[in-house]
Design a protein around this ligand. Structure first.
Ligand SMILES: Cc1cc2nc3c(=O)[nH]c(=O)nc-3n(C[C@H](O)[C@H](O)[C@H](O)COP(=O)(O)O)c2cc1C
Length: 230
């Protein structure tokens, strides 16, 4: 249980939502699809700052994601301090050097070729914010009692999806960056050992030179990702 006190089952009414007609529903689904079609990972950020409150609100939205037994096994550390971003970049590039020198293996490196990624990560300093996502392998109450978490990767993945979507909805762009390995983030962010860093989201506005690799525009067609059994 994530709470120190025992919580009894108690059914509550749903939060109020406006009733939506079928036509409106289709419109809403299409409008959201159109919005999401404009999302792309960027690797060149402008120096336009982003207010901390926007980051707070987007992370608050991520925190509303569903999770196994509602244990919410995540923590987000948002870094704006230039010196700390420089340390993250230096440590990430040190890992990336080994990765691109062969640790990744040929197949992985070939898969990355059309994306155009490499060792140099200036965006980790250019982006006004780096949000480090941690997955809590087990939980810890404030009084230090350990408890089990369930479906941790699934829950953290969903919350991160909420976060990326919230950032995009707020007009921001991001880069999902996964240096491999990334344990150095525990030290830099001062997070406990039982929290596993899973990714860094570099967040901000695109620079005028920002581009999208053509390969990233190729998405699987709907009939390949969806089976309707009616
Ligand atoms: C789990 C995960 C890890 C990723 N790691 C990196 C990374 O380390 N560096 C990078 O430049 N992009 C990374 N990406 C971004 C992908 O390359 C990108 O999402 C993909 O090419 C599709 O492009 P799009 O996001 O513009 O649709 C990662 C994405 C995900 C979901």
């Amino acid at each position: 249980m994530y709470s120190t006190g025992k919580i009894a089952y108690e059914p509550l009414p749903l939060p109020p939502r406006d009733e939506i007609g079928d036509a409106q529903m289709l419109e809403a689904a299409r409008a959201f699809h159109a919005l999401m079609k404009t999302r792309h990972t960027i690797r060149d950020f402008s120096d336009r700052p982003v207010d901390a409150q926007v980051i707070r609100d987007c992370v608050a939205a991520a925190g509303l994601a569903p999770s196994g037994a509602n244990h919410q096994p995540w923590h987000f550390t948002a870094i704006a301090a230039p010196a700390l971003k420089a340390q993250v970049r230096a440590a990430a590039e040190a890992e990336e050097e080994k990765f691109y020198a062969g640790a990744a293996g040929d197949e992985w490196l070939q898969a990355l070729e059309p994306i155009g990624t490499g060792v140099d990560k200036p965006h980790l300093e250019q982006a006004p914010w780096l949000i480090v996502v941690f997955a809590q392998r087990y939980g810890m109450t404030r009084d230090g009692t350990r408890y089990k978490n369930y479906y941790v990767p699934e829950s953290v993945g969903i919350a991160t999806g909420f976060l990326i979507t919230a950032l995009h909805n707020a007009g921001l762009s991001c880069l999902t960056h996964t240096p491999n390995p990334m344990r150095f983030l525990n030290d830099l962010c001062d997070r406990p050992e039982h929290e596993k860093p899973v990714m860094i989201l570099a967040v901000g506005h695109p620079s005028p030179e920002a581009t999208v690799p053509a390969a990233a525009k190729i998405k699987k067609p709907l009939d390949e990702i969806l089976t309707l059994l009616t």
